[in-house]
Design a protein around this ligand. Sequence first.
Ligand SMILES: [Mn+2]
Length: 344
Amino acid sequence: MLLRAFKNKADYCRVHGFDIFYSNAVLDAEMSGFWTKLPLLRALMVAHPETELFWWVDSDVVFTDMLFEPPWGKYTAHNLLIPGWESKVYEEKNWMGTNAGSFVIRNCQWSLNLLDAWAEMGRSGPAREKYGKIFAKVLSNREPYEADDQSALVYLLVTQRERWADRVFLESSYVLHGYWKAIVDRYEEMRSSSRPGLGDDRWPLITHFVGCKPCGDPNGASYEAAQCWRGIDRAFNFADDQILKLYGFQHESLNSTAVQRVRKETGRPMDTDDEEIGRLLHPTFRGTRKKDRKRSSSRLTPARATPEGLSPSRRPASSPSLSPASVGGRRRAKPVTMEAGPLS
Ligand SMILES: [Mn+2]
Protein backbone atom coordinates (compact mmCIF):
# COMPACT_ATOMS: atom_id res chain seq x y z
CA MET A 1 0.00 0.00 0.00
CA LEU A 2 2.83 2.43 0.80
CA LEU A 3 4.34 1.67 -2.59
CA ARG A 4 1.07 2.45 -4.35
CA ALA A 5 0.75 5.61 -2.27
CA PHE A 6 4.19 6.63 -3.44
CA LYS A 7 3.43 5.75 -7.06
CA ASN A 8 0.40 8.03 -6.92
CA LYS A 9 2.57 10.97 -5.85
CA ALA A 10 5.32 10.11 -8.31
CA ASP A 11 2.73 10.12 -11.14
CA TYR A 12 1.31 13.48 -10.07
CA CYS A 13 4.77 15.03 -9.77
CA ARG A 14 5.90 13.68 -13.15
CA VAL A 15 2.83 15.05 -14.88
CA HIS A 16 3.37 18.50 -13.36
CA GLY A 17 7.15 18.56 -13.52
CA PHE A 18 7.72 18.64 -9.77
CA ASP A 19 10.60 17.10 -7.90
CA ILE A 20 9.72 14.61 -5.22
CA PHE A 21 11.41 13.69 -1.97
CA TYR A 22 10.28 10.69 0.02
CA SER A 23 11.37 10.32 3.60
CA ASN A 24 11.08 7.45 6.01
CA ALA A 25 13.59 8.84 8.47
CA VAL A 26 12.98 10.47 11.82
CA LEU A 27 15.51 13.31 11.78
CA ASP A 28 14.99 14.32 15.38
CA ALA A 29 14.13 11.64 17.95
CA GLU A 30 12.12 14.10 20.02
CA MET A 31 10.00 15.04 17.01
CA SER A 32 8.38 11.67 16.40
CA GLY A 33 4.98 10.84 14.97
CA PHE A 34 3.17 13.61 13.06
CA TRP A 35 5.90 15.99 14.10
CA THR A 36 8.62 14.44 11.95
CA LYS A 37 7.53 16.61 9.04
CA LEU A 38 8.78 19.78 10.71
CA PRO A 39 12.50 18.95 11.04
CA LEU A 40 12.36 17.35 7.60
CA LEU A 41 10.92 20.47 5.99
CA ARG A 42 13.51 22.62 7.74
CA ALA A 43 16.37 20.43 6.52
CA LEU A 44 15.05 20.46 2.94
CA MET A 45 14.52 24.22 2.92
CA VAL A 46 18.05 24.89 4.04
CA ALA A 47 19.54 22.34 1.64
CA HIS A 48 17.47 23.48 -1.36
CA PRO A 49 17.51 27.26 -1.65
CA GLU A 50 16.70 26.78 -5.35
CA THR A 51 13.29 25.38 -4.42
CA GLU A 52 10.77 28.07 -3.69
CA LEU A 53 7.80 26.05 -2.52
CA PHE A 54 7.51 22.77 -0.66
CA TRP A 55 4.28 20.83 -0.68
CA TRP A 56 3.97 18.43 2.20
CA VAL A 57 1.62 15.49 1.70
CA ASP A 58 1.05 12.62 4.13
CA SER A 59 1.33 9.00 3.08
CA ASP A 60 -2.43 8.69 3.47
CA VAL A 61 -3.04 11.50 1.00
CA VAL A 62 -4.00 10.33 -2.50
CA PHE A 63 -3.97 12.67 -5.48
CA THR A 64 -7.25 12.01 -7.24
CA ASP A 65 -7.17 14.78 -9.83
CA MET A 66 -3.98 14.20 -11.76
CA LEU A 67 -4.63 17.21 -13.99
CA PHE A 68 -5.48 19.99 -11.55
CA GLU A 69 -2.64 22.12 -10.26
CA PRO A 70 -3.03 24.83 -7.61
CA PRO A 71 -3.13 28.35 -9.09
CA TRP A 72 0.29 29.35 -7.79
CA GLY A 73 -0.05 32.96 -8.90
CA LYS A 74 -2.83 33.43 -6.38
CA TYR A 75 -0.41 32.95 -3.47
CA THR A 76 2.45 35.29 -4.29
CA ALA A 77 1.73 37.35 -1.15
CA HIS A 78 1.51 34.28 1.08
CA ASN A 79 4.04 31.92 2.60
CA LEU A 80 1.77 29.14 3.81
CA LEU A 81 -1.08 27.60 1.85
CA ILE A 82 -3.30 25.34 3.92
CA PRO A 83 -6.75 23.87 3.39
CA GLY A 84 -9.53 25.30 5.49
CA TRP A 85 -11.78 28.18 6.41
CA GLU A 86 -10.99 31.44 8.22
CA SER A 87 -14.21 31.31 10.24
CA LYS A 88 -13.44 27.82 11.54
CA VAL A 89 -9.87 28.69 12.47
CA TYR A 90 -10.10 32.24 13.79
CA GLU A 91 -13.66 32.40 15.08
CA GLU A 92 -14.45 28.84 16.14
CA LYS A 93 -10.79 28.12 17.03
CA ASN A 94 -11.54 24.67 15.74
CA TRP A 95 -8.47 22.42 15.50
CA MET A 96 -10.13 20.80 12.49
CA GLY A 97 -10.53 24.15 10.72
CA THR A 98 -7.50 23.18 8.66
CA ASN A 99 -5.56 19.99 7.97
CA ALA A 100 -1.83 19.46 8.35
CA GLY A 101 -1.72 16.48 5.98
CA SER A 102 -1.40 18.60 2.83
CA PHE A 103 0.02 22.10 2.78
CA VAL A 104 2.43 24.25 0.79
CA ILE A 105 5.13 26.33 2.44
CA ARG A 106 7.43 28.91 0.87
CA ASN A 107 11.15 28.55 1.36
CA CYS A 108 11.91 31.78 3.20
CA GLN A 109 12.91 33.10 6.63
CA TRP A 110 9.29 33.63 7.64
CA SER A 111 8.67 29.92 7.16
CA LEU A 112 11.78 28.89 9.09
CA ASN A 113 10.56 31.08 11.94
CA LEU A 114 7.14 29.47 11.74
CA LEU A 115 8.64 25.97 11.81
CA ASP A 116 10.63 26.92 14.92
CA ALA A 117 7.62 28.33 16.74
CA TRP A 118 5.53 25.36 15.65
CA ALA A 119 8.08 22.70 16.60
CA GLU A 120 8.48 24.08 20.11
CA MET A 121 5.16 22.46 21.02
CA GLY A 122 6.12 19.07 19.62
CA ARG A 123 9.05 17.92 21.73
CA SER A 124 8.05 14.53 23.11
CA GLY A 125 7.60 14.42 26.86
CA PRO A 126 6.54 17.31 29.12
CA ALA A 127 6.23 19.93 26.35
CA ARG A 128 3.81 17.81 24.35
CA GLU A 129 1.80 16.98 27.44
CA LYS A 130 1.66 20.61 28.52
CA TYR A 131 0.58 21.94 25.15
CA GLY A 132 -2.01 19.21 24.77
CA LYS A 133 -3.70 20.56 27.88
CA ILE A 134 -3.39 24.15 26.69
CA PHE A 135 -4.94 23.26 23.32
CA ALA A 136 -7.88 21.66 25.10
CA LYS A 137 -8.53 24.96 26.87
CA VAL A 138 -8.00 27.33 23.94
CA LEU A 139 -9.34 25.31 21.01
CA SER A 140 -12.82 23.94 20.47
CA ASN A 141 -13.63 20.23 20.39
CA ARG A 142 -10.14 19.32 21.50
CA GLU A 143 -9.52 16.82 24.32
CA PRO A 144 -6.38 17.22 26.49
CA TYR A 145 -4.34 14.45 24.82
CA GLU A 146 -0.74 15.25 23.91
CA ALA A 147 -0.04 18.01 21.40
CA ASP A 148 -0.42 17.22 17.71
CA ASP A 149 1.00 19.36 14.90
CA GLN A 150 -2.36 20.34 13.46
CA SER A 151 -3.74 21.68 16.74
CA ALA A 152 -0.42 23.44 17.29
CA LEU A 153 -0.72 25.26 13.97
CA VAL A 154 -4.26 26.39 14.73
CA TYR A 155 -3.11 27.45 18.20
CA LEU A 156 -0.34 29.61 16.70
CA LEU A 157 -2.79 31.21 14.28
CA VAL A 158 -5.38 32.07 16.89
CA THR A 159 -3.01 33.18 19.66
CA GLN A 160 -0.48 35.01 17.46
CA ARG A 161 -2.73 36.03 14.65
CA GLU A 162 -1.02 39.39 14.08
CA ARG A 163 2.33 37.66 13.68
CA TRP A 164 1.35 34.97 11.17
CA ALA A 165 -2.09 35.32 9.68
CA ASP A 166 -1.47 37.81 6.89
CA ARG A 167 0.93 35.37 5.21
CA VAL A 168 -1.32 32.33 5.61
CA PHE A 169 -3.82 31.46 2.89
CA LEU A 170 -6.71 29.24 3.96
CA GLU A 171 -7.93 27.60 0.76
CA SER A 172 -11.37 26.15 0.27
CA SER A 173 -12.06 26.87 -3.40
CA TYR A 174 -10.68 23.44 -4.32
CA VAL A 175 -9.92 20.29 -2.38
CA LEU A 176 -6.40 20.62 -0.98
CA HIS A 177 -7.46 18.05 1.61
CA GLY A 178 -10.61 15.99 1.09
CA TYR A 179 -12.17 13.82 3.77
CA TRP A 180 -12.26 10.32 2.27
CA LYS A 181 -15.64 9.21 3.60
CA ALA A 182 -17.39 11.91 1.62
CA ILE A 183 -15.54 11.04 -1.59
CA VAL A 184 -14.72 7.37 -2.12
CA ASP A 185 -18.22 6.24 -3.08
CA ARG A 186 -18.66 9.02 -5.64
CA TYR A 187 -15.84 8.23 -8.06
CA GLU A 188 -18.04 6.47 -10.61
CA GLU A 189 -20.53 9.31 -10.50
CA MET A 190 -17.73 11.83 -11.04
CA ARG A 191 -16.55 9.95 -14.08
CA SER A 192 -19.98 10.03 -15.64
CA SER A 193 -20.82 13.65 -14.88
CA SER A 194 -17.54 15.51 -14.50
CA ARG A 195 -13.94 15.62 -15.68
CA PRO A 196 -10.44 15.91 -14.20
CA GLY A 197 -8.90 19.34 -13.92
CA LEU A 198 -11.48 20.89 -11.62
CA GLY A 199 -9.91 19.91 -8.30
CA ASP A 200 -13.03 20.78 -6.32
CA ASP A 201 -15.92 18.64 -5.05
CA ARG A 202 -16.79 17.68 -8.61
CA TRP A 203 -13.38 15.97 -9.00
CA PRO A 204 -11.32 16.39 -5.81
CA LEU A 205 -7.62 17.09 -6.08
CA ILE A 206 -6.93 15.08 -2.95
CA THR A 207 -8.61 12.26 -1.04
CA HIS A 208 -7.15 12.03 2.46
CA PHE A 209 -7.63 8.89 4.54
CA VAL A 210 -7.68 10.55 7.94
CA GLY A 211 -8.49 8.23 10.84
CA CYS A 212 -7.53 5.12 8.88
CA LYS A 213 -5.14 2.53 10.23
CA PRO A 214 -5.17 -0.02 7.41
CA CYS A 215 -2.46 -1.96 9.20
CA GLY A 216 -5.13 -2.94 11.70
CA ASP A 217 -3.62 -1.09 14.64
CA PRO A 218 -6.60 -0.21 16.82
CA ASN A 219 -4.72 2.70 18.43
CA GLY A 220 -5.86 5.88 16.78
CA ALA A 221 -8.08 4.10 14.28
CA SER A 222 -11.47 5.70 13.78
CA TYR A 223 -12.69 3.30 11.11
CA GLU A 224 -12.58 -0.38 10.38
CA ALA A 225 -9.45 -1.38 8.53
CA ALA A 226 -11.44 -3.18 5.82
CA GLN A 227 -13.48 -0.09 5.08
CA CYS A 228 -10.31 1.96 4.79
CA TRP A 229 -8.65 -0.60 2.52
CA ARG A 230 -11.60 -0.54 0.16
CA GLY A 231 -11.62 3.27 -0.03
CA ILE A 232 -7.87 3.52 -0.48
CA ASP A 233 -7.92 0.91 -3.26
CA ARG A 234 -10.66 2.81 -5.04
CA ALA A 235 -8.78 6.11 -4.75
CA PHE A 236 -5.57 4.54 -6.11
CA ASN A 237 -7.44 2.98 -9.04
CA PHE A 238 -9.38 6.15 -9.78
CA ALA A 239 -6.16 8.16 -9.94
CA ASP A 240 -4.26 5.45 -11.78
CA ASP A 241 -6.93 5.28 -14.48
CA GLN A 242 -6.20 8.89 -15.34
CA ILE A 243 -2.61 7.88 -16.03
CA LEU A 244 -3.29 4.49 -17.66
CA LYS A 245 -5.73 6.06 -20.11
CA LEU A 246 -2.79 7.84 -21.72
CA TYR A 247 -1.51 4.43 -22.72
CA GLY A 248 -4.87 3.00 -23.71
CA PHE A 249 -5.65 1.06 -20.55
CA GLN A 250 -7.97 1.30 -17.61
CA HIS A 251 -8.83 -0.73 -14.53
CA GLU A 252 -11.66 -3.18 -15.06
CA SER A 253 -13.38 -1.43 -12.19
CA LEU A 254 -12.37 0.83 -9.35
CA ASN A 255 -12.46 -2.21 -7.09
CA SER A 256 -10.00 -4.19 -9.14
CA THR A 257 -6.28 -4.07 -9.75
CA ALA A 258 -6.83 -5.82 -13.10
CA VAL A 259 -6.55 -3.61 -16.16
CA GLN A 260 -7.97 -3.86 -19.66
CA ARG A 261 -7.21 -2.20 -22.97
CA VAL A 262 -9.70 0.53 -23.82
CA ARG A 263 -8.11 1.95 -26.96
CA LYS A 264 -6.85 0.26 -30.03
CA GLU A 265 -3.13 0.02 -30.16
CA THR A 266 -1.50 2.30 -32.68
CA GLY A 267 2.02 3.15 -33.64
CA ARG A 268 1.61 6.37 -31.68
CA PRO A 269 0.16 5.44 -28.30
CA MET A 270 0.85 8.93 -26.95
CA ASP A 271 -1.14 10.59 -29.69
CA THR A 272 -4.41 11.17 -27.98
CA ASP A 273 -6.99 13.63 -29.15
CA ASP A 274 -8.58 13.96 -25.77
CA GLU A 275 -7.79 17.44 -24.55
CA GLU A 276 -7.77 16.70 -20.84
CA ILE A 277 -5.77 13.54 -21.25
CA GLY A 278 -3.36 15.29 -23.54
CA ARG A 279 -2.63 17.79 -20.81
CA LEU A 280 -1.53 14.96 -18.56
CA LEU A 281 1.33 14.08 -20.82
CA HIS A 282 4.76 14.71 -19.49
CA PRO A 283 6.10 18.15 -20.52
CA THR A 284 8.57 16.47 -22.86
CA PHE A 285 5.76 14.74 -24.71
CA ARG A 286 3.69 17.89 -24.74
CA GLY A 287 6.59 19.67 -26.42
CA THR A 288 6.93 16.96 -29.02
CA ARG A 289 3.23 16.92 -29.68
CA LYS A 290 3.16 20.66 -30.18
CA LYS A 291 5.82 20.43 -32.86
CA ASP A 292 4.05 17.50 -34.51
CA ARG A 293 0.82 19.36 -34.50
CA LYS A 294 2.29 22.45 -36.16
CA ARG A 295 3.89 20.36 -38.83
CA SER A 296 0.78 18.39 -39.58
CA SER A 297 -1.64 21.31 -39.47
CA SER A 298 0.49 23.26 -41.93
CA ARG A 299 -0.10 20.45 -44.33
CA LEU A 300 -3.66 19.33 -44.42
CA THR A 301 -5.13 18.57 -41.07
CA PRO A 302 -7.99 20.82 -40.08
CA ALA A 303 -7.29 22.88 -37.00
CA ARG A 304 -7.58 20.84 -33.88
CA ALA A 305 -7.97 22.00 -30.35
CA THR A 306 -4.55 22.10 -28.81
CA PRO A 307 -4.30 19.80 -25.86
CA GLU A 308 -1.50 21.85 -24.35
CA GLY A 309 -3.18 23.77 -21.61
CA LEU A 310 0.10 24.05 -19.85
CA SER A 311 3.05 25.54 -21.55
CA PRO A 312 5.43 22.71 -22.33
CA SER A 313 8.43 24.83 -21.49
CA ARG A 314 7.18 25.41 -18.03
CA ARG A 315 8.96 23.58 -15.29
CA PRO A 316 6.95 24.02 -12.12
CA ALA A 317 9.05 24.84 -9.15
CA SER A 318 8.26 22.38 -6.51
CA SER A 319 5.58 19.92 -5.80
CA PRO A 320 3.90 18.03 -3.06
CA SER A 321 5.96 15.90 -0.91
CA LEU A 322 5.41 12.89 1.15
CA SER A 323 7.01 12.80 4.44
CA PRO A 324 8.26 10.73 6.72
CA ALA A 325 7.59 9.46 3.40
CA SER A 326 8.26 12.24 1.07
CA VAL A 327 8.47 15.82 0.12
CA GLY A 328 8.02 17.02 -3.37
CA GLY A 329 8.83 20.36 -4.72
CA ARG A 330 9.07 22.42 -7.80
CA ARG A 331 12.17 24.20 -8.63
CA ARG A 332 11.42 27.80 -7.84
CA ALA A 333 7.93 26.80 -6.94
CA LYS A 334 6.68 24.00 -4.77
CA PRO A 335 7.55 20.50 -3.57
CA VAL A 336 5.51 17.61 -2.27
CA THR A 337 5.95 15.69 0.91
CA MET A 338 4.42 12.58 2.30
CA GLU A 339 4.57 10.99 5.65
CA ALA A 340 6.21 7.66 5.94
CA GLY A 341 5.02 6.56 9.26
CA PRO A 342 1.69 5.32 10.41
CA LEU A 343 -1.15 6.77 8.44
CA SER A 344 -2.65 9.65 10.32
MN1 LIG B 1 -2.83 11.98 7.06
